[in-house]
Design a protein around this ligand. Sequence first.
Ligand SMILES: NC(=O)c1ccc[n+]([C@@H]2O[C@H](COP(=O)([O-])OP(=O)(O)OC[C@H]3O[C@@H](n4cnc5c(N)ncnc54)[C@H](OP(=O)(O)O)[C@@H]3O)[C@@H](O)[C@H]2O)c1
Length: 354
Amino acid sequence: MAAGTAVEATGVERDAMARALDLARRGPAHGPNPRVGCVLLAPGPVPGARVLGEGWHRGAGTPHAEVAALADARARGADVRGATAVVTLEPCDHTGRTGPCSVALLEAGVARVVVAVPDPNPAAAGGAGRLRAAGVEVVVGVEEAAGRELLGPWLHAVSRGRPHVTLKLAATLDGRVAAADGSSRWITSPESRAHAHALRAEVDALVVGTGTALADDPALTARAADGGLTAHQPLRVVVGTRDLPAAGRLAGPGGEVLHLRTRDPREVLAALHAREVRRALVEGGPTLAAAFLRAGVVDQVHAYVAPVLLGAGRAAVGDLGIGSIGDALRLRTREVRPLGPDVLVVADVEEEER
Ligand SMILES: NC(=O)c1ccc[n+]([C@@H]2O[C@H](COP(=O)([O-])OP(=O)(O)OC[C@H]3O[C@@H](n4cnc5c(N)ncnc54)[C@H](OP(=O)(O)O)[C@@H]3O)[C@@H](O)[C@H]2O)c1
């Protein structure tokens, strides 16, 4: 067989990929880097029957999954020459905060690499090519659907060059997000709010308009059940030209505050992309929500809907310029989850609707 030519993955390797995906899930959902897991399998008469080492990526600046697995194998005293590396994302080929994983695998003498998802990041891709060129067998696309599902917003962000955007709404049954006097605390139940805080802890940035910042004086923090701040605090972003009060809750503890004096959603996303934000949660209000939807940059909607009626007050989303039902923006429901008395609807905005 020619150097680097791949044969199909074995059953043992597929099982190891399932394990590698589980390991990857231990990594943080937020941050600039993807969640990746790696399992090193011993060569031998029963190929891959013995695990030599395991690793996963614990976040930016820490070793990548492959390097962590090699270190684990070393700590176990295992010889990895001729081993198979089963890894959920194509090994990177660039030097960022750490060195290229392709080189680390080559230097360790790994003979075969089984990958779930090819790396779409132009800065990091090329690991499979380098490995093949050096005579390593590479199989790509093993359990790829599960790998893509795990990478989710990260994959989207690096392939499009802008953050994945989730629009969050907390609405009444009649689609309102504030009463006539502008008050909106609280429309939804404690269960919904706890869920929303868990979501905040998984994203890189929270985004609101100046209207919300001025009306609600939000802290824009991710809080645990006991009210304390979670370990990861997303960047707090306010969009709009008006000044913000120096003494508001945004001045309190939480993530860094970024006031972007623009009304252009694409400019907002470019600024966030430059800061390696992969997932942004736009929390409104209705004017900013409409601006993002009109710009075609909302990827998913999380609508917390409470069994509450207001009859008047702000609609969840401002004018989208839609005049007729045939032009309605129709989303694809991904999940419907009861939360106490409320319901969470998670829906994707499909490509053709943008
Ligand atoms: N229940 C919920 O989920 C929820 C969530 C958030 C807010 N709210 C409620 O919503 C109300 C605030 O709504 P809102 O619509 O005034 O607030 P908003 O959408 O947060 O902010 C609107 C402001 O953002 C700036 N802006 C940024 N990009 C823009 C664009 N492309 N087009 C126009 N303006 C842009 C403008 O201010 P500049 O003049 O500064 O540029 C505009 O006045 C409050 O009552 C709040 O309680 C409810």
